[in-house]
Design a protein around this ligand. Sequence first.
Ligand SMILES: [Zn+2]
Ligand SMILES: [Zn+2]
Ligand SMILES: [Zn+2]
Ligand SMILES: [Zn+2]
Length: 244
Amino acid sequence: MSERVQIIAGRCTTVFEGTREQEQHGDVIVLVKPDGTVLVHDAQGYQPVAWLTRAEAVTVTDETIVAQDGEQSLEVTIENVHLREQYAASDAGLPAGRCPDCGGQLVRTSGSVVCPGCDESYSLPTGSTTLSTTCDDCGLPEFRVERGDAFDLCLDPDCDPLDERVRERFDNVWDCPNCGGALRVLRRGGLLLGCENYPDCETGFSFPAGEHAGECSCGLPVFDTPSGRRCLDRACEPEQKSEA
Ligand SMILES: [Zn+2]
Ligand SMILES: [Zn+2]
Ligand SMILES: [Zn+2]
Ligand SMILES: [Zn+2]
C-alpha cells in the first residue's frame, strides 16, 4: 500500500460544523491522512485544534480542504500557503528484521509484517510472535505460531505453509466424538479439525491457538492457550481444570 499524507502549512480559517460548532484562524499545519483523517495543528500542545477522523470524503483544492462525514464537516480555507507537500506514509510498528529484497527494515503492524521499502506485506496468523531467525531459503525473518504445537515458519507462506505443517502433525490423530471417524485438518477460513464423514457428520472444531497438552476426559485433546487450558470442544468442561 503506497499511501501519501498531505501537509499544508499556512494562514488558515477553520470552520467545524456538527457535534461542536467552532471557527478558528491562525498559522497552522493541516495533515490530510490517506484514511481521510484531517488534523489541524497550531503552535501549542500535542492535540489538534480541529479535526475530523476518517472522513467519508476529503476534497483538497488550492484554496480549501473540505472533509465531510455524515452531519459533520471541517472546512479549512487557506489564505496564505507557507508549504504544501505530499510524502509517503506507512503504518508504524515494531522493527521485525531485514527485508531480503531491498535491505530495508521490516515492521510488525497489528496483523502483518510490512516492508515500507518495497511495499511487500506478509499477513500473520492470530497469536504469532516474530523471531530473530531467518528462513534458509529466502532470507525472510521467521515467526512462531502455536496450533497444537509451536511452529517456526517463514513469513512467506509459499516457503513454508502453516497448514501443511499442522496437517503432517495432527491429521487423522483424533477421533470424532459423534461417529468415531477421523478428525481431519481443514481450512475453512480458519483452521479446523473436521470429521472425515462430512457431510453425514457435521462435527468440526476450530483449531485452538495453543499447544497440545494431553487428553480430556471426553477423549478429545486439551490445549494450553493464552486464555487458559481448554478442551478442543469449547462446550466441554474438562475435569483436569487447574485447582489454583
Ligand atoms: Zn523490502
Ligand atoms: Zn522463506
Ligand atoms: Zn463424525
Ligand atoms: Zn472434553
